[in-house]
Design a protein around this ligand. Structure first.
Ligand code: ZN
Length: 86
């Protein structure tokens, strides 16, 4: 996952807050918080919205890493709902 590490390095100002969030290991997050919806972020360094689906038109334009997090994590990072897929 060299690209992901590179993307994180590009987000240096946000790196500290991102690093504090556990990586979304599938088996761990789903069992611990079954009610938390998974949302998707485009890690282009300027997107401030999260998406309900990877198939969102805005998501398809994303040329960077797509990060899957819980909706609570997305909100904690200051993201808001995408107007196209919500
Ligand atoms: Zn969307």
């Amino acid at each position: 996952m060299k690209r992901l590490l590179f993307a994180l390095a590009m987000l240096a100002p946000m790196a500290s807050s991102l690093a504090a969030i556990p990586h979304p290991h599938h088996h761990a997050t789903r069992t611990v918080a079954p009610a938390a919806q998974t949302v998707y972020l485009c890690e282009n360094g300027k997107s401030v919205v999260y998406h309900s689906s990877r198939d969102c038109p805005a998501m398809r334009r994303c040329t960077h890493e797509v990060r899957a997090v819980s909706v609570n994590e997305a909100k904690a990072m200051g993201h808001r709902e995408c107007m196209k897929c919500y």
